[in-house]
Design a protein around this ligand. Structure first.
Ligand code: NAP
Length: 341
């Protein structure tokens, strides 16, 4: 029987998770929840989702503008096996009490501290760790990108030390209150929290991260320097390993993808919806191996990269697939991701 899923919070992540759940053969979306009426609340109803009121929201406010609601979040939780919390940063930890009271399992997002859940998750890195757990946290977009790459490199070779500089987007495209609009802001916490977050999934990886915020909304870019004890013999070998892995998309120079604007144009043309690019994006010519050190760039579409991970987290919690490879294959086929090759 399909796992019944609720999505609490219907913003950037929540609406994508809802759309992804609907496409899965072994999951059913029971409803989504928002605090207030908006175009997104209308979009939920137009998509055929049942809409519930969450947080401090008032059902009367929805009714006033003609949006029909099916009840409050507490009622939605009565009808599901798992809730995906997609509320703003740190609100998930408040919602956790609600989920516990209702006796439902919960998947949290990377804006929460790792303590919110029993385990932090990335499908390529630690799929089995989520098995049978009641609470799982899918790590943030940047951590997801790093963990995916680290999972591949640490499986094939022996990594001595990983150093990553994270060039962070300032805001999501729909956000108007964040910046900078003009400037480059170094994160004055060295190392940045991302490396520590990767260690919630890959505890033995020696990784240090630093971050700067730049005025763009499209994607993050990571500049990775990896020192190996035993590593790939050439850039071609490393590229080949990544190309063979799901959730990696490697562009070649002839394709004319100079940077994140063309990646987004590619995603719009590909047409998976919302111009999403759920894979780690690399450039073949942006990978170099020098002796025992590899350097490579990767771009991460912050709005969508975690979506397939949330789906796999649910599958792992309910033991719906024998292993990561099978779950990833089911998820990616349903989402229309082309897979390795
Ligand atoms: N955006 C990204 O780049 C990104 C990437 C990876 C992970 N994440 C993480 O995903 C989570 C959600 O981020 P987001 O970008 O999707 O935020 P968002 O776009 O601001 O959406 C948050 C949603 O939560 C709703 N909400 C507000 N208060 C709530 C409550 N008490 N209970 C339940 N829902 C509530 C909001 O509804 P109303 O509009 O009705 O108030 C809105 O629909 C965060 O932990 C974030 O760190 C975000």
């Amino acid at each position: 029987m399909a796992v019944r899923v609720a999505v609490n919070g219907f913003g950037t992540i929540g609406k994508r998770v809802a759309a992804a759940v609907v496409k899965q053969p072994d999951m059913t979306l029971v409803g989504v929840a928002k605090t207030r009426p908006s175009f997104e609340a209308r979009e939920a109803l137009q998509s055929g989702y049942r809409l519930y009121v969450t947080g401090a929201g008032d059902p009367a406010e929805f009714e006033k503008v003609g949006l029909r609601t099916a009840g409050r979040i507490e009622e939605l939780l009565q009808d599901v096996d798992v809730v995906v919390d997609a509320a703003p940063d740190r609100v998930g930890q408040e919602n956790a009490r609600l989920y516990q009271k209702a006796g439902v399992r919960a998947v949290f997002q990377g804006g929460e501290k790792s303590e919110v859940a029993e385990v932090s998750f990335n499908a390529l890195a630690n799929y089995a760790a989520a098995k049978d757990h009641r609470t799982v946290r899918v790590v943030s977009c940047n951590t997801t990108g790093l963990a995916r790459a680290a999972a591949i490199l640490t499986t094939r070779w022996e990594v001595d030390h990983w150093e990553a500089t994270i060039v962070r987007r300032a805001a999501d495209p729909a956000e108007t209150k964040r910046g900078p609009l003009n400037g480059i802001i170094p994160t004055l916490q060295i190392p940045s929290h991302h490396g520590h977050d990767v260690n919630t999934i890959l505890p033995n990886l020696h990784i240090t991260t630093t971050a700067v915020v730049v005025p763009t909304t499209l994607m993050h870019v990571h500049v990775n320097n990896v020192r190996f004890r035993t590593g790939p013999k050439s850039a071609a070998e490393l590229v080949e390993a990544l190309r063979r892995t799901p959730r990696f998309h490697v562009f070649s120079r002839w394709e004319g993808i100079q940077g994140t604007p063309q990646v987004m144009e590619f995603a719009r043309d590909r047409g998976l919806g919302r111009s999403d690019m759920m894979e780690n994006v690399l450039w073949e010519e942006g990978v170099r191996v020098d002796g025992r050190t590899a350097t490579f760039f990767q771009a991460i579409h912050q709005e969508s990269v975690v979506i397939p991970e949330v789906i796999d987290a649910i599958r792992a919690m309910f033991d719906l697939a024998p292993d990561a490879a099978r779950s990833i294959a089911i998820t990616d086929r349903a989402l229309g991701l082309s897979g390795p090759g």
